[in-house]
Design a protein around this ligand. Structure first.
Ligand code: SF4
Length: 73
């Protein structure tokens, strides 16, 4: 599992950080960053789901284990 925060949608409310500070942290710009590593995602799956559900702007997404290959334009 992989977790991504779309900072363009983040309003810095801090909900994700308070639910799972091992994975989410509000950065110097006041936006959420993913600080967790793969093992943290596995250990905190439930909290991550809570954070996804609690994010008021839907900025957090979980991605499947196999990363999608994105071509740069
Ligand atoms: S819960 Fe959503 S809007 Fe709030 S800080 Fe986290 S990512 Fe940003």
């Amino acid at each position: 599992m992989k977790v991504v925060v779309n900072q363009g949608n983040c309003i810095g409310c801090g909900a994700c950080e308070s639910i799972c500070p091992d994975v989410f942290q509000i950065n110097d710009e006041g936006l959420s960053s993913v600080i967790g590593k793969e093992e943290d995602f596995t250990n905190h799956e439930e909290e991550i789901r809570d954070a996804v559900d609690s994010c008021p702007t839907g900025a957090i997404t979980e991605e499947a284990e196999t990363p999608e290959v994105k071509e740069e334009e």
